[in-house]
Each structure stands twice: as structure tokens, then as C-alpha cells.
Ligand binder design. Structure first.
Ligand SMILES: Nc1ncnc2c1ncn2[C@@H]1O[C@H](COP(=O)(O)OP(=O)(O)OP(=O)(O)O)[C@@H](O)[C@H]1O
Ligand SMILES: [Mg+2]
Length: 240
């Protein structure tokens, strides 16, 4: 729907660390994600990308500024309400995938479903297999994740982020440790899921080829978004 916003943040400020090592990690960051759009956040190491994603994903709170989820401000909500909203509405793909290595691919995907507690054991298992099918790993559902390749583990992490059919997907370098072919496959998979399900996706990436395929690119530097470009503009930060 035109004008609808899934997730937005307004003038976020965040300080991290103590005393001399205190860092002003976010300095007035605002952006909004509409359903069916893919946004990239790019910028040098340490500029605040992961900090921003953690706050947008309700895993951390800002020191100032606010977040709106589906047009409702969530700033005043207690932690347990934030956790509930996160489980229901947000899928997170971390910078390091954080799969439980001893658990099978299927069991890893069932963890967020268990936390939400809406499906029976059989329903959860069936859904996990369906999601693995979607990322091309149906055959490997019962394999411990430590016996999967890096690219396969990343695809399990994508499937796990989709477990509760989130409206919003936040991904921190989802293709960071993959080779070119697997990076493109993982990105295309995410792009297709977003378009098919009218979801909103924000991903952090250092990969110019991937950033330039997103609908919007936000350039970050020193805790600020210094520019936002629509797709098609060649980015100065990626020029040599
Ligand atoms: N827990 C923490 N305590 C103190 N400082 C922190 C903490 N976490 C992050 N920082 C600092 O905050 C700044 C932003 O960190 P952040 O992890 O958001 O960067 P990033 O853009 O994601 O970098 P990268 O591309 O390397 O992942 C950095 O200067 C970092 O050192
Ligand atoms: Mg980071």
C-alpha cells in the first residue's frame, strides 16, 4: 500500500562503552522502510551499522530518538513487549550466523517458532522443512549445522529469520563470508522473499554489487546517514 511504513527510526542517538572508551555510535539517524522494499546500509567499519540494526531490531535501546513499528511508537514499551513484537514481526540475520552447531538445520529453524509458541511440534517441523526447501536445502534438514558448508549455513540462517513469517527482515552482512556466487544466490533469495511477501528488508553490506541492486542505499559515516540514494546511482564510496 502506498504510504504505508513497516519500520522507521527518528533521530536515533546511541553511546556505547564507558569513560574514555565511550563512543558516540549513532548521531541522529532517521530512515523508513516500506513494505516490498530492499534497503542497503553501507559505510566503513565502525561507522555504526550493526548498532543501528540492533536498535531497529529491538535488541538494544537508543539513548535518544524513537522507533515506530507499523506506525506505533515502541519506545515506551517494557522489555517483554519488545521481545514479543520482535518475535512476531522481525527476522534477524546476524553478522555471524549464530546457528547452534550441534542442532540440525531443521531444529535451528524451529527455535524462533518455539519461542513464539503458536504451532504444534508437527506444524513446526513441517514449516521448517518447507522453509529449507525454499532455500534449496530440503535434503539437508536433518544434518547437524556444523556439517553444512558456509553458504549452506548462511541459507539456514535466512530460513531461520523467516520462521515466524516476519514483516521486516534485518540482515547484517548476510553474504559477508560467502564467495561471489553464493553471495548473489543468498541476496536473490532474500530479494525474492521480500517481493513475494511484501516484506521490508534492510541489509548491511560491504559488497558494492549487492548494494547497487537494492531499491535504496543509505551511506553511513561516523554514526550518521550522510546520503540516501535510489537504485541506479553510482556510489562514490565504491569508486577507486
Ligand atoms: N559494546 C560496545 N562498547 C563500546 N563500543 C562499542 C561497542 N559496540 C560497538 N562499539 C563501537 O561503536 C562503533 C560502532 O560499532 P558497530 O559495530 O556499529 O560498527 P559497524 O559499522 O557495524 O562496523 P563493521 O563494519 O566492522 O561491522 C565502533 O566504534 C565500535 O568500536
Ligand atoms: Mg557490524
Amino acid at each position: 500500500m502506498v504510504g504505508q511504513v513497516s519500520l522507521s527510526c527518528h533521530e536515533l542517538e546511541r553511546f556505547l562503552g564507558e569513560d574514555e572508551s565511550r563512543v558516540h555510535a549513532l548521531r541522529g539517524v532517521s530512515l523508513q522502510l516500506e513494505p516490498g522494499t530492499v534497503h542497503a546500509v553501507v559505510g566503513p567499519s565502525g561507522c555504526g551499522k550493526s548498532t543501528l540494526l540492533y536498535i531497529l531490531g529491538l535488541l538494544d535501546r537508543p539513548d535518544a530518538g524513537w522507533i515506530e513499528l507499523e506506525s506505533q511508537s515502541v519506545s515506551q514499551l517494557p522489555d517483554h513487549e519488545l521481545s514479543r513484537l520482535r518475535r512476531e514481526l522481525i527476522g534477524f540475520i546476524f553478522q555471524f550466523h549464530f546457528l547452534l552447531e550441534e542442532f540440525t538445520a531443521e531444529e535451528n529453524i524451529m527455535i524462533p517458532m518455539r519461542r513464539l509458541g503458536r504451532l504444534s511440534e508437527t506444524e513446526m517441523r513441517n514449516r521448517a522443512v518447507e522453509l529449507l526447501d525454499g532455500v534449496g536445502l530440503r535434503e539437508k534438514a536433518s544434518r547437524p549445522s556444523r556439517h553444512l558448508s558456509g553458504g549452506e549455513q548462511q541459507r539456514v540462517a535466512v530460513a531461520r529469520a523467516l520462521a515466524n513469517d516476519p514483516r521486516i527482515i534485518l540482515a547484517d552482512e548476510p553474504t559477508g563470508n560467502l564467495d561471489t556466487e553464493n553471495s548473489h544466490r543468498a541476496f536473490e533469495l532474500l530479494q525474492e522473499i521480500v517481493q513475494r511477501g511484501e516484506k521490508a528488508l534492510l541489509l548491511v553490506t560491504h559488497n558494492p554489487a549487492i548494494a547497487q541492486r537494492c531499491d535504496w542505499i543509505h551511506e553511513m559515516k561516523d554514526g550518521q546517514i550522510i546520503e540516501t540514494h535510489p537504485r541506479g546511482k553510482v556510489l562514490s564510496i565504491f569508486e577507486d
